[in-house]
Design a protein. Sequence first.
Length: 121
Amino acid sequence: MITEFRVNLLEARETLGTIVMAAAYGNGRFVISRYGKTVAAVVGLAELEALRDLQDAEDAAPGSGDEPPLPPAPPDPIDELRKRYERGEAIPLPRDKDEREAYFRLAREIGSKIIPPPPAD
């Protein structure tokens, strides 16, 4: 169990050696204040390493904000076809394999709305 001690800057200056030894070899944590405001802390090396490990784990966590955002996914070709169909526009012929797949997916989607699938037994 770590004990936290609060000391003002003048007291810390006068007893710095004792504070460092207590933090390094004891179970003390010293919070130093100046004019009533907390300005620094003296902790042992083990506690500092634990804090660093915790910070490294947070930094390595996915979505920590340090990585650049992923670029937006390319639009699905079926979305454009669906919009054209819903507006009643003519849908042009597919130009490549991906467009052909999108056309078949849209046709299945439209077909399932018109003719519902048979009920499961």
